[in-house]
Design a protein around this ligand. Structure first.
Ligand code: GDP
Ligand code: MN
Length: 380
């Protein structure tokens, strides 16, 4: 779950990470009210879950109520890379002497946490990585050892941060690491991490992703869900324990395994179709799971056909075929299904489907032909 900047900052604050005083505003009047409360100058910041808001005109400095009105009015409703601004964060403006970059995330291949720190912050870190890779100091942190103060200090030196703020930077990064670990983040990024003229180190932006697998440890995360971007379909899928991501096309997709589900989305695109969703039905693709998956997919009014792409490994194709047939008998209405089965017991599975073929069920043994058929049917 990705947090908005203001939610990330509120989360940071719980771990003692310094952030600016501010509040949210959903209207121009509220924006002025918050600005009057926190004191001028303020920064008016678009709350959308996408970076580069500054460049897009979604971050503006305001010195008085008129300027807040002007900027809040312009930014509310603004479209930033396809995200419409519905909420603002108004905070006390900071004086900036230096802009750094800091983040923690998981490096799966190293089986360790990865810390990245750079004295060249503020801009896109991808740009820094491309143009001046040496300007980013990386450390791997063994989750068992954790981040020690000593290692953190060496890291700060390697990143060539201003030596005058070394102690503050170390303290900041240890808190950020604590937030990342105790707070069960999969990403905790601060860009820019600023140094003020008074030598204070301070988070001016936040990008936080929470590891949803840890949600059971964090009842307080429920507060973040109010503004979550989950659409209706995703909410329904989540309740049914399905790995579903809603897309905007007409071809519903069910596959077993995240990799195959992504390949299915790709192949539908490649043959000129538009996927309506990503759905990984997981291992046990039995009748109940199939009914749940098809229900969620068919609730999407855009769906004209469902492409079921199964590769049987441990899951046997005959079981899946029986599940599909049983699901069809239980569902009053569904878009037609194009099913591709391969792998363990494929022949038996195909035989079961062939024996039940109808205008609602078409079996095609290979993936490319099945994708083409599904796209053709969606277009009809
Ligand atoms: P992003 O563009 O989505 O990454 O949004 P940021 O929150 O990082 O803001 C973009 C840029 O706006 C920062 O890098 C700063 O240069 C500038 N900015 C944001 N807040 C302040 C502030 O309080 N004071 C000043 N002077 N500049 C700010
Ligand atoms: Mn930023």
């Amino acid at each position: 779950m990705d947090l908005f900047e203001y939610q990330g900052k509120q989360y940071f604050a719980k771990f003692g990470i310094p952030v600016s005083a501010g509040d949210i505003a959903d209207t121009v009047d509220q924006a002025v009210e918050v600005a009057e409360r926190v004191g001028y100058p303020v920064v008016v910041k678009a709350q959308v879950r996408v970076g580069g808001r500054g460049k897009a005109g979604g971050i503006k400095l305001a010195n008085n109520a008129d300027e807040v009105r002007l900027h809040a009015g312009n930014i509310l409703g603004m479209d930033i890379k396809g995200h419409v601004v519905r909420r603002l964060w108004i905070e006390v403006a900071s004086d900036i002497k230096e802009e750094y970059y800091a983040s923690f995330t998981l490096d799966r291949s190293a089986k360790k946490h990865l810390g990245m720190l750079s004295a060249q912050g503020g801009v896109d870190i991808e740009e820094v990585a491309a143009k001046a890779p040496d300007a980013i100091a990386r450390i791997h942190v063994d989750p068992v050892d954790g981040l020690t103060a000593q290692v953190c200090r060496e890291w700060v030196r390697a990143a060539k941060l201003n030596p005058q703020v070394e102690d503050e930077a170390v303290a900041f990064l240890l808190k950020l690491y604590d937030c990342y670990i105790q707070g069960d983040c999969s990403l905790a990024e601060v860009n820019p991490l600023i140094v003020t003229p008074q030598g204070r180190v301070h988070a001016l932006d936040s990008k936080v992703s929470l590891d949803e697998a840890a949600a059971y440890r964090h009842p307080e995360w429920a507060d973040f869900e109010g503004m979550a971007s989950l659409d209706e379909r995703e909410r329904a899928a989540e309740e049914k324990g399905l790995q579903y991501v809603g897309l905007s096309g007409t071809v519903g997709i069910i596959a077993n395994g995240a990799g195959l589900a992504m390949s299915t989305v790709d192949i539908v695109n490649q043959v000129g179709g538009a996927p309506a969703n990503f759905l990984d039905i997981g291992g046990g693709a039995n009748a109940d799971r199939m009914v749940d998956a098809l229900t969620v997919i068919n609730d999407d009014p855009n769906v004209r056909v469902v492409f079921i792409n199964i590769f049987g490994g441990i899951t046997r194709c005959d079981e899946v075929a029986n599940g599909i047939v049983a699901a069809l008998s239980r569902l009053a209405k569904t878009a037609p299904l194009v099913v591709r089965l391969d792998g363990t017991n494929a022949e038996q599975g195909r035989a079961i489907l062939n024996a039940n073929t109808s205008e609602r069920l078409i079996m095609i043994p290979d993936m490319l032909t099945a994708a083409k058929k599904a796209v053709e049917m969606a277009g009809a």
